[in-house]
Write a protein that binds this ligand. Structure first.
Ligand code: NAG
Ligand code: NAG
Ligand code: NAG
Length: 270
């Protein structure tokens, strides 16, 4: 009798676990680019924006804003790179608020090209690892400091978030950091963060769902690191720069996030 009960109970547990697994979030792989990282590509335009391209450190960079400002911001792009008009428009917006803004070409003229079937995502990524870009970002930031920018902030979008999180692990190097709908960033990365970090999550981002952003937030809170964390409702991964320019929810949320990021930098990069 007892063993029948035990058997029924065990069967019940098994069914319960099958049920729970069937409805659990699919496991996501944080060492690769998700499909949403490359969806909705921008039309690149090398002459877009109010600024110009010049060398910073060893990298061509789109720069905009007064070189006399003491405060600089680096925007680390998503896979589509520094010729994306919406990203340059964002740089110009922060320049108008008093910052000198640089958008480096971490891809050396080779942003991801979804039309190039000879070079699928993983092959492209192998040649353009954010870890390598982090090594190139360091001399670029030293160059900015050398030019008289006493405070530097860095924000990374999707692919760019990983190199920014590496910068955030360095003490006294940049003053504030931000990651927007990140890729590659893990909870272990967040545990090593030493400077203020803002996290911009999209409610519908499958790779970085609100629960994971919440975990990031809890780590920063317990480590007493200054932070800002917000989930933007009704939008997908990429929304802060790959929004619909004609308007709608993605546009509204993008403008809201861009303003939140500006406030973050005004507060911390001074
Ligand atoms: C995650 O993606 C990387 C790069 O594509 C791959 O090497 C690795 O095997 C994947 N890991 C899992 C658990 O799927
Ligand atoms: C590229 O940007 C420049 C400068 O804003 C603009 O004049 C030109 O029309 C744009 N080209 C395309 C194809 O949108
Ligand atoms: C890819 O090809 C499509 C169709 O020809 C074109 O509209 C688009 O601009 C191309 N994208 C890139 C990034 O070159």
């Amino acid at each position: 009798m007892a063993s029948t009960k035990a058997f029924i109970f065990a069967s019940f547990l098994l069914l319960l676990s099958l049920f729970v697994n069937a409805f659990a979030e699919p496991k996501t792989n944080h060492s690769t680019l998700g499909p949403h990282c490359t969806s909705n590509p921008p039309s690149l335009n090398a002459s877009s924006g109010a600024g110009h391209v010049e060398k910073l450190g060893s990298l061509n960079s789109y720069v905009t804003g007064s070189p006399k400002s003491k405060h600089a911001i680096i925007l680390a792009s998503d896979v589509y790179g520094y010729e994306a008009p919406n990203l340059r428009k964002l740089a110009d917006k922060y320049a108008a608020a008093g910052f000198f803004v640089a958008v480096p070409d971490f891809f050396h003229g080779e942003p991801f090209d979804p039309n190039n079937t000879n070079r699928p995502k993983d092959a492209w990524l192998n040649d353009h690892r954010p870890e390598k870009a982090f090594e190139e970002a360091k001399p670029l930031i030293k160059d900015l400091k050398h030019k008289g920018f006493s405070a530097v902030g860095a924000a990374g979008f999707c692919w760019g978030a990983k190199l920014v999180i590496e910068l955030a692990k360095l003490k006294n190097f940049v003053q504030a950091t931000a990651i927007l709908h990140p890729s590659f960033v893990t909870l272990d990365d967040i545990k090593e963060v030493k400077v203020p970090l803002a996290i911009f999550g999209a409610e519908l981002d499958k790779q970085y769902p609100p629960e994971l952003i919440k975990q990031f937030e809890e780590v920063l809170h317990s480590h007493k690191i200054g932070y800002f964390a917000k989930i933007y409702a009704g939008v997908k991964h990429g929304f802060t720069i790959r929004y619909d320019v004609l308007g709608g929810v993605s546009y509204e949320r993008a403008m809201e996030a861009q303003m939140d990021l500006l406030k973050w930098f005004i507060k911390h990069v001074k």
